[in-house]
Design a protein around this ligand. Sequence first.
Ligand code: PMP
Length: 385
Amino acid sequence: MTYLDNAATTPPLKEALLSLQEALADYYANPSSLHQAGFRTAALREEARQRAADLLGVSPGEVIFNSGATEGNNTVLRGIGSLLKRGKKIALTAIGHASVENTARALEREGTPLVRLPLIKGGLIDTEHLEGLIDSSCALLSVTAVNNETGLIQPIQGLIRQARALHPDILVHVDAVQSFWSPLWQEWSALDWDFLTLSAHKIHALKGTGLLLIRKGRHLHPLLTGGEQEHSFRPGTENMPGIIALGMVLRQLAKKRDSFLRKIRHLEESFISGIDSLDGYILNREKGLSYSPHILSLAHDYIPGAVLQNALSEREICVSTGSACSDRDKKNHRVLVNSGYTGQQALNTIRVSLSPLNSEEDITFILSALDEISKTIGPLYRKVR
Ligand code: PMP
């Protein structure tokens, strides 16, 4: 199997799997329990929190464990509820992940006005034209740092600076789920966001675990009512196996990020130069914009993305046509079309996404499969068009 769908989810590092076994067998106590077994489990949870804080350059008190970024994004958008009740707006793009987009739409139906930020071709937020859109009527600016379908990196620093110049009190939420392999990762500690959401299974830990970072002094209403876990921001007994595995993975990533990143960049280069030499394919990347090296969105001139995906899948190569969270609802290709691509280009797009666990052979294999598919199936679709 050639797995090239790492923006959907990543295979766990072996350290995650080993720690999971230990967590399930030995650290089953409730970390809130006031006895030795509980204290030991709580200590591991705090170790994982400290690692996350160190890696992100925040204080441990700003790190909340939850079930993933869908929960994190919902918590932020819905959790500023008291401000929204006063009719304040949410400013966002039309190319965010479904967990932002559909939450915002639900809030809109409940009476919260949305402000859509202008985008230039490729999906970059047009920071020159935010005046009149961001003002004191906006409670929250929510932005996806790295687009999960195209890999586009938003100019977060300029965007936050511009937003705060227009409305100093605006709260800023960054969905940073796909940012790990982008230069933004090293900037999170310096940037002036209020809430940041992350997901463990996108960085080789386990599904069902996420991080919500809440800047000191900011407040959110929790989505759930219950116990006082996670400073009362996230009640419910913690997912200790997921948290322990995340801690182990973060330890590995802190040591290996640079070498892993070099590997991904190398694979990205091989893929791009291979695609350039094939007939029929075009990368959905715009000159002058920056992209995370792990996401490569490309379109065939004639063959629909779903057909490409299927033909690759028959050859045991796993890619996707877009976000896994919306993979069965591909009719309108919201993200690509709102990023300025034609409906045809969006329809014919697949997303190849890399991890450091991929190899040069994976790239050679997919390139030769894409070439063969283009030569055999391409002519059929060319005729149809
Ligand atoms: N935001 C982005 C940008 C994503 O790529 C994803 C996962 N596809 C999510 C949010 C949701 O993350 P999770 O799977 O942890 O709910």
